[in-house]
Design a protein around this ligand. Structure first.
Ligand code: IFG
Length: 523
């Protein structure tokens, strides 16, 4: 009898000790379902167990070249910011992965160049990709698994991640945003911050609108007055600004390190008052207009039949093309309301040849489809479905930037102070709830290179203004560009978006708290 009692007491005590030791040493493991992934990965499966990231965790890179090793540092940085650990990256030549994060670069045709597999098990975390780019995209998903404290850079002690397998790859090749630095100029640091925002949501193109009526924003050594005079001001008459070629190269490199390609735009033949004000010879009548600080459009044009114009374009395209590794040069082409149709077509045809001579492909706003688009050139749909059709009929691909859906300078609703409303009000659901492959009759997935959300800055002056207009709508654009259409619907998306609030708040991002989203940040 006594023996039974003793055995019962011993087994009870053992269970109690086991429970106490396991629960206090086991940090609370977040549930996969508590996490919010945007853009939503193609496949997520939950597995048994969890992995603890501790101070001894390392990021091991197998078969990685220098680019892979340096990209793996983003992963280590995200962990170190979250924990205060000093996780390091170690290139290794075997799979000694227990207790570590193992990055494996493989030569596997079945994995998309930007694709990856992220697997969390009790033994380790493995990231399998075919390139540094895939590793970088995986790192953004990993970052969204980290606790909110990570964004507040609070030093957690140790934390666990639930076991899971994520297999992921992008839907569209071109997932971009545009920042208009002409109407209001933004310095290098703001542009880098904008790049960070895009990188976090797996976007891979940043289109910089570098010239317009109100300002010329990039140094052209052979035409110095473009910035000396044409860069002097901006909408509202404030001090403008410009990037030296060295500063522009710094932006290009910063983007490249995050696998984002810069697409420079020199808008022409319209939207050229800043250039025309800088050089009388570029004007039809040889007289330079005043600098312009208003918000009208469509009143300017280069002299499309003067040879000096094409010398100008050649010099500009040559100098900028040498600064960009990307294959695209944006030639603008929009709202040339005072350029005769035949002159416009003649100009666009010649400019495409100039761009091609510097081994770049042209992107242009959809009006360029009224000219003869060179093979491989791209029309950016913003307003005219007829032009979109013209482009596709010429065999061109489209970038979709429907102004009624993802022009991020549009007000959210009639109470929004910032922004314009000519394309209508765009609440968070309207910006998200559309399918590129069904937007324009006759235009399907095969015609679409991708999507791009422009932020025009007539009314946008500060980083705070930028944040208010792009967050949260840009997360939806990122998901439209990356995730399988079949996984997308407004109801489940807004639940995931709601969970992002804590992290946006933790990063002091001034985001629009749409009444359409059940935000779950404690006010
Ligand atoms: N349309 C103009 C932009 C800008 C925009 C503001 C395009 C292609 C209106 N052109 O959009 O320069 O003024 O919403």
């Amino acid at each position: 009898m006594i023996k039974n009692k003793l055995m019962q007491w011993l087994s009870y005590t053992f269970m109690l000790i086991t429970f106490i030791t396991s629960s206090c040493s086991k940090p609370d493991i977040p549930q996969l379902s508590d996490m919010s992934f945007i853009p939503i990965p193609a496949e997520i499966t939950s597995d048994e167990g969890f992995f603890i990231i501790g101070s001894g965790t390392s990021v091991l890179v197998i078969n990685g070249n220098d680019e892979v090793v340096s990209t793996a540092n983003f992963l280590a940085d995200y962990i170190n910011q979250a924990t205060g650990f000093s996780v390091v990256v170690k290139p290794v030549d075997n799979r000694s992965g227990k207790g570590n994060i193992v990055v494996n670069i493989v030569n596997d045709e079945s994995i998309h160049r930007e694709g990856y597999e992220l697997k969390v098990s009790s033994a380790n975390i493995t990231i399998t990709a075919t390139s540094a780019e895939g590793l970088f995209r995986a790192s953004q998903t990993f970052r969204q698994m980290l606790p909110c404290s990570a964004e507040r850079k609070e030093k957690a002690t140790r934390f666990g991640l639930p076991a899971c397998t994520i297999k992921d790859y992008p839907r569209f090749a071109y997932r971009g945003a545009m920042l208009d630095v002409s109407r209001h100029f933004f310095g290098v640091d703001v542009v880098k911050q904008f790049i960070d925002y895009l990188a976090e949501y797996k976007m891979n193109y940043l289109h910089l609108h570098l010239s317009d009526d109100q300002g010329w924003r990039i140094e052209i050594k052979s035409w110095p007055n473009l910035t000396a005079h044409g860069g002097k001001t901006q909408v509202g008459g404030g001090e403008g600004g410009f990037y030296t070629q060295e500063q522009f190269s710094e932006i290009v490199q910063y983007a490249k390190d995050r696998f984002i390609t810069i697409v420079p735009e020199i808008d022409m033949p319209g939207h050229t008052n800043a250039a025309l004000a800088s050089y009388p010879e570029l004007n039809e009548n040889g007289i330079a207009p005043e600098l312009y600080t208003g918000m009208e459009v469509g009143f300017s044009t280069l002299a499309t039949r003067k040879e000096i114009t094409y010398q100008f374009v050649d010099d500009v395209v040559r100098e900028i093309s040498r600064l960009i590794p990307g294959e695209y040069f944006h030639i603008g082409g929009d709202e040339s309301h005072v350029t005769k149709k035949d002159d416009y077509i003649y100009f666009i045809n010649r400019v495409q040849e100039i761009v091609a001579s510097y081994r770049k492909k042209s992107i242009g706003w959809d009006e360029i489809a009224t000219a003869n688009m060179l093979p491989g050139n791209v029309a950016q749909f913003w307003a005219s479905t007829e032009n979109a059709q013209l482009a596709v009929n010429q065999g061109a691909k489209l970038i979709l930037s429907p102004s009624s859906r993802i022009y991020l300078d549009m007000k959210y609703d009639s109470t929004t102070v910032l922004g314009l409303n000519w394309a209508g009000y765009i609440e968070v659901d309207k910006a998200y709830d559309w399918n590129p492959a069904q937007l324009i009759p006759g235009i399907d997935e095969t015609h679409i290179l991708g999507v791009e959300a422009p932020l025009w800055t007539e009314t946008v002056e500060t980083l705070d203004d930028i944040q208010y207009l792009i967050f949260p709508r840009i997360l939806g654009v990122a998901e439209i560009g990356w995730s399988p259409e079949g996984l997308r619907n407004w109801e489940t998306y807004q639940e995931r978006l709601a969970k992002q609030a804590e992290k946006l708040k933790a990063r002091n991002i001034n985001f629009y708290k749409s009444p359409l989203v059940q935000w779950n940040c404690k006010e």
